[in-house]
Write a protein that binds this ligand. Sequence first.
Ligand code: GCU
Length: 594
Amino acid sequence: MTEASNTVRFLHDEDYGAPFDTRTLDHQSMVFMGGRLTESLNDGWRFVIDPFDTGLRQHWYRDEAVPAAERGMPWDFQPDHGAPVELPACWNLQEPELRHYEGTVWYTRWFDYAPSVDGERVVLRIGAANYDTKVFLNGRFLGNHLGGSTPIFVELTDGLAARNRLQLCVNNTRTLDRVPMRHFDWFNYGGVHRDVALLRLPPVFIRDLFVRLAPDDAGVIEVDVTLSDRSAEILVFEIPELAVSATIALRGGAGTARIPAQPDLWSPDSPKLYDVVARCGADEVRDRIGFRQVTVDGTQVLLNGEPVFLCGICVHEDDEALGRVRTEEDARRMLATAKELGCNFLRLTHYPHHEMVAQLADEAGILLWEELPVYWAVAFDNPATLADAENQLLELIKRDRNRASVVVWSIGNENADTDARLAFKTKLAETARAHDPTRLISAACLINKGNYRLEDRLAAVIDIVAINEYYGWYEPDMDGLAQTLTAYDLDKPLFISEVGAGALTGWDGSETELFSEAYQAAVYRGQIELLRGCAALCGLSPWLLYDFRTERRQNAFQQGWNRKGLIGADKATRKAAFAVLQGFYRERGGFSGA
Ligand code: GCU
């Protein structure tokens, strides 16, 4: 069929997006970051919305920033015209008109470049942007990345000039094939919500370094390293404090080693970290690593061979003023508040949080559950969706698998138990174990509401059987909890990954009035009474530390917020239930609240 003679491509072509959906910016593009210097590109951006994707249809990214007087043809967009914005930022909080904007936005900035050494390679790192991020340099499309919470790496080397224009085309539209899909209980922030920076690298550099205590021998440190290409021959690996200095032979750009060593083991009570150095040619990376083993034995979780009860709490990455943007101050406050609550464990829901949380948790001695946003309904029968989920999982694992604090990779939350979902998540579990045999796999499962039993087939796949149960809130009958706990008969640890109730801070309704602080505190008391006696229970992470934004909750008590926090949206005002949980954790020997 020939094109009609009056076809105007950018008006009539609805396949305009295909050339920009290469998905080449993925876990294989990653660069190991430990100890590297970076050059911030957070400032000086111009920002414009593009609800109809006209920029992709009309190739705005090719536009030269030519003064109007010198133009011979009409134009609709000029990169230097947008509103000034400083990254990281969620556009929803930039101005009232953008509060609920879902769609495409263009970020444009310029930077000068001059190589510092011959053969230098330059990589752009974006900490995270939600959801589809397309990168353009000097009018050329370099690839796109899917996923709203994992880092994006793209090499710029061959396209650089003395003066460069960098453009990010970011789209946060919820769709049927994304991960998460289009229905979830948190705010759909859009934008580049973590730092943007340039890396200058030697011609051959260390792309990945995984260092850990051998899962089968606490007297051996295992090292896996991957280089940017196949030419390198040896890598020097050192842990000065352990008198470890090894050369690792590289073949085909990769190498592995098992090194005898007797490190002091990392734990919440003794979060010992060692300085680690790896050098290859002109490249050198560093990291601070804690060595520990986490395993399961029957219904117990063992840390360094000793049973540990996980006194946890869930937390979203959300801030009243900053949205998904997390500052170090915010992360430190969260960890300190969790310790005050008596926690030795945090469930970071429902997507990968900022990498600094795991780095700070390593220092603070708090165990972490990190999670992939395979949440509620997902297109489990769509191979492209599985590829997207697997890539996000591998990006998370490669980003954080040197973090001692991370003990659980969670492959999702509250999905219906169907054949397609079981196949999808079994594949994710296999992928996680293949790339990291040193951590436990879990996922929040749902109880069969008909008989109060856990019958989710995923329980056979995961190491820790986690269940979200809201007896006392969504299930008024607290007796159902007793039946669920009594019926549990798997020889695996049982973890209550969510339990809780909503309360509007300061509302002093009675213990029988929903959304009063007294009601929330009574639910916690009732839950604790029953959970206290469950021998198979390895821990719990109630829902949750802070109130958080969600567009799907608009009643008089919620008004766009989920109010199940133990602390209000100000991240300071504690509700009555905070002390109830704190008392239980002190009884269970969690943190003394230092
Ligand atoms: C679910 C879900 C959470 C949600 C919570 C709630 O268990 O996992 O994401 O926010 O319930 O209803 O508040």
